[in-house]
Design a protein around this ligand. Structure first.
Ligand SMILES: Cc1cc2nc3c(=O)[nH]c(=O)nc-3n(C[C@H](O)[C@H](O)[C@H](O)COP(=O)(O)OP(=O)(O)OC[C@H]3O[C@@H](n4cnc5c(N)ncnc54)[C@H](O)[C@@H]3O)c2cc1C
Length: 484
C-alpha cells in the first residue's frame, strides 16, 4: 500500500460545521479543499439570523469550539453579533478564508461510479469536482412559511424573522408576529419597546425557562482573560449537566423544570393571559426555550397574546376564526424552519443513480448521522439524529470521525467508502428504539423533530459523551469500500 494523493474535498456550507471541518483539514495537512457557501460570509445560522435579541440558548462557555476558547463573552449566553464575530475570527485565524467561495450555492451533487468522483453543480451552472464531499449545510436554512389564505395579498411590510429587515423601522407600528417559539421569545420583548402595538399569534404555548444571564462585569472579564480556569470549569460543569439531562428521560428532572416554567409564567399579571401561556404538552416534547424577558413583556399594554387560530390575511389585517380583525402595518413570520430535509434540500444522486429523495422516502437517516448508504464519500456534519446538547460539541465529534475516513484514503487503503445498508438499518433501529423510550417526545406538540413520515429524524437520544465515544473509532467492517 502506498500513500495516495490527498483527495479533493468540497465542503458545502461555511457555518460552524464547515468551519470546524476546514480548520481540522488544515491541521491535518489536507490543503486541496474548497468551502462552497451560498451566503456572502461565514457563520451560517449566526450570519443569517440577525433579529433583535438573537442569542444562544446554550451557554457560550460550551457553545464554542474546544480548539478556540474565548474567555470574554459579554455574558453567559452570547449574543448573535459576538457569536458571528467569533466564527469570523476562526475563519481568519486558521487560514480558512482563502478556501471559501461565497455566493456559491450547491444545487446538485452527482456521484460518478466509474471515476469515483462527485460533481457539484452551483446555482451559476458552474461545476466543481471532488473525491469527497462534506455536507455542512445545517438544519435551519430552509425557512418555513405558514399556509395562511391571503398571506400573499398583504400590502404592508412582511418578512421572516430569520431574514430580519433592518431597513424597516417598527417604531410606532402595529405589528403581527405569527409564531411564538425560539425566535419570537427572543425578539418580541425587544420590539415591544418601540412598536405601537404587537399582536402575538400563538399556536402552541411553549415552555420558556429563565436563565442566569447577567452580563459579566469588566472586572470579571479582565479576571477571565488573566486566568480562564473558572470559565473552563464552568464549561465542564455545563457539559456534565447537559450530558445528564439532554435525553429528557428523567421524570423527576422534567417535573422540576415544569415547576420552574410555571413559576416563570406567574410573572404575567393577567390571569387569562397566564392561563393561555401555560403549555399543554410535557416539558421536553419540543426544544426547551430560555428567556428572561419574554413573560414580563406581557405586562406591557402594547403586547397582545392572540390564541384564536388565524383564518385569513387581508391586504391590511389578520383575521382570526372568531371574526376579529386586527389591522397591522407589518407582519413578522416567526414560523421557523423546514428542519428535517438535511441533504435532500439539494438534488443528490449517488451510486447507480440512487436519488437521496428516494433513499430517504421514509425520512432522513444516516449511520452515526454522518454517512448514508448509497452515497459514497459523502459525509455529513449535523446530519440526521445528531441534534441535542451543544451542537458545536456534536459537530466536533462528527468532524473527527470524517478525518478517520480521510486517513484511510490518504494512506491508499481505500478510494471510497459507503456504509452497508444493513449496518445503517441496525443503527437506526437502535436510535429509533431509544427515541421511542423518551416519553415526552411521543406527545403531540407541533415540534420540528418529525419528518413527514412521522419518524423523529432530528434528535440524538443519548448523551454528547456517548456520541463522541461512538464516533471516535471507525469500524472498517461497516463499509463497502472501493480500491484505488
Ligand atoms: C436562531 C437560532 C438559534 C440557535 N441557537 C442554538 C444554541 O443555542 N445552541 C445550539 O447548540 N444550537 C443552536 N442553534 C442551531 C445552530 O444551527 C447550530 O448550533 C449551528 O449553527 C449548526 O452549524 P452548521 O454549520 O451545521 O449549520 P448552519 O449554521 O446552518 O450553517 C450552514 C451553512 O450552509 C450554507 N448552505 C446551506 N445550503 C447550502 C447550499 N445548497 N449551498 C451552499 N451553502 C449552503 C448556509 O448558507 C449556512 O451558511 C440555533 C439555530 C438557530 C436558527
Amino acid at each position: 500500500m502506498t500513500d495516495a494523493p490527498n483527495p479533493r474535498i468540497a465542503i458545502i456550507g461555511a457555518g460552524p460545521g464547515g468551519l470546524c471541518m476546514a480548520k481540522r483539514l488544515i491541521d491535518e495537512g489536507y490543503d486541496d479543499f474548497v468551502l462552497l457557501e451560498r451566503n456572502g460570509g461565514v457563520g451560517g445560522t449566526w450570519y443569517q439570523n440577525r433579529y433583535p435579541g438573537c442569542e444562544c440558548d446554550v451557554q457560550s462557555a460550551l457553545y464554542s469550539f474546544s480548539f478556540e476558547f474565548k474567555p470574554d463573552w459579554s455574558k453567559p449566553y452570547g449574543r448573535q453579533p459576538e457569536i458571528l464575530a467569533y466564527m469570523e475570527h476562526i475563519a481568519e485565524k486558521y487560514g480558512i478564508l482563502p478556501h471559501c467561495r461565497f455566493g456559491a450555492e450547491v444545487t446538485r451533487a452527482v456521484w460518478d461510479d466509474d471515476r469515483a468522483v462527485w460533481t457539484l453543480t452551483l446555482g451559476t451552472g458552474e461545476t466543481v469536482e471532488a473525491e469527497v464531499v462534506v455536507s455542512a449545510l445545517g438544519m435551519f436554512n430552509d425557512l418555513a412559511y405558514p399556509d395562511i389564505p391571503g398571506l400573499d395579498t398583504f400590502r404592508g411590510t412582511q418578512f421572516h424573522s430569520a431574514r430580519w429587515d433592518w431597513d424597516h423601522d417598527l417604531t410606532g407600528e402595529r405589528v403581527a408576529v405569527i409564531g411564538s417559539a425560539a425566535s419570537a421569545v427572543q425578539f418580541v420583548p425587544e420590539i415591544v419597546k418601540t412598536a405601537g402595538q404587537v399582536h402575538l399569534f400563538q399556536r402552541t404555548a411553549n415552555w420558556v425557562l429563565p436563565k442566569p444571564d447577567a452580563p459579566y462585569t469588566d472586572e470579571q472579564l479582565e479576571a477571565f482573560r488573566r486566568d480562564p480556569t473558572p470559565l473552563l470549569a464552568f464549561r465542564a460543569e455545563i457539559e456534565s449537566s447537559m450530558n445528564k439531562g439532554m435525553t429528557f428521560a428523567d421524570p423527576q428532572q422534567n417535573a422540576e423544570r415544569e415547576v420552574a416554567g410555571l413559576a416563570a409564567i406567574d410573572l404575567v399579571e393577567d390571569p387569562d393571559v397566564r392561563a393561555r401561556l401555560r403549555p399543554t404538552h410535557p416539558f421536553g416534547c419540543k426544544r426547551p426555550l430560555f428567556a428572561n424577558t419574554y413573560y414580563p413583556a406581557f405586562n406591557r399594554p402594547n403586547l397582545e397574546l392572540v390564541t384564536e387560530a388565524i383564518e385569513r390575511i387581508t391586504e391590511d389585517a389578520v383575521v382570526t376564526v372568531d371574526g376579529a380583525v386586527r389591522t397591522v402595518d407589518t407582519i413578522v413570520l416567526a414560523t421557523g424552519f423546514a428542519a428535517t430535509k438535511y441533504l435532500s434540500a439539494i438534488d443528490v444522486v449517488g451510486r447507480d443513480g440512487l436519488r437521496i429523495d428516494d433513499a430517504w422516502n421514509d425520512g432522513a437517516q444516516a449511520y452515526l448521522g454522518i454517512t448514508t448508504a448509497g452515497f459514497p464519500n459523502l459525509f455529513m456534519c449535523y446530519g440526521p439524529n445528531t441534534n441535542n446538547g451543544s451542537i458545536l460539541t456534536m459537530i466536533e465529534s462528527q468532524v473527527e470521525h470524517v478525518l478517520l475516513h480521510l486517513e484511510r484514503m490518504r494512506s491508499g487503503e481505500v478510494a471510497w467508502v459507503d456504509v452497508k445498508p444493513s449496518v445503517q438499518a441496525r443503527y437506526n433501529d437502535e436510535v429509533q428504539a431509544a427515541i421511542a423510550g423518551v416519553n415526552v417526545w411521543q406527545a403531540d406538540c407541533h415540534g420540528y423533530y418529525r419528518s413527514e413520515s412521522g419518524r423523529i429524524v432530528t434528535q440524538w437520544p443519548f448523551s454528547m459523551i456517548e456520541f463522541d465515544e461512538r464516533t471516535r473509532a471507525l469500524d472498517p467492517d461497516a463499509f463497502v469500500v472501493g480500491a484505488r
